[in-house]
Design a protein around this ligand. Structure first.
Ligand SMILES: [Zn+2]
Length: 101
């Protein structure tokens, strides 16, 4: 039985879009939402662009300038909330928000 990939995937330079990672990210999103570290925003604007070398709001891995970054700007909050996500992380967050509502 091989379990090593579950912990090692973040160290890989290449994104590995497998089901395993997707489930992993969703679980992480669920935990962060529950802990209040991530909010579920229903009304927001999405900006896609190049990474700004800032950490992803979900996985904490820096989004490099050669990667795609999703910026989420909340439109219904007074906090002026702004999140940055990787493409897959954005997907996971959105999925879990849909489940939570
Ligand atoms: Zn991420």
């Amino acid at each position: 039985m091989q379990l090593r990939n579950a912990r090692d995937w973040k160290l890989e330079a290449e994104p590995m879009p497998s089901d395993r990672i997707e489930l992993d990210l969703r679980q992480r999103a669920r935990e962060r939402i529950r802990e209040g570290r991530l909010s579920c925003i229903t009304h927001y604007r999405t900006w896609g662009g190049r990474g700004s070398n800032e950490p992803c709001a979900l996985c904490d891995v820096v989004i490099g300038r050669d990667e795609v970054e999703y910026e989420i700007e909340a439109l219904d909050a007074t906090s002026g909330c702004l999140y940055r996500f990787h493409f897959l992380c954005h997907d996971a967050w959105q999925y879990e928000c849909a489940q939570a509502i």
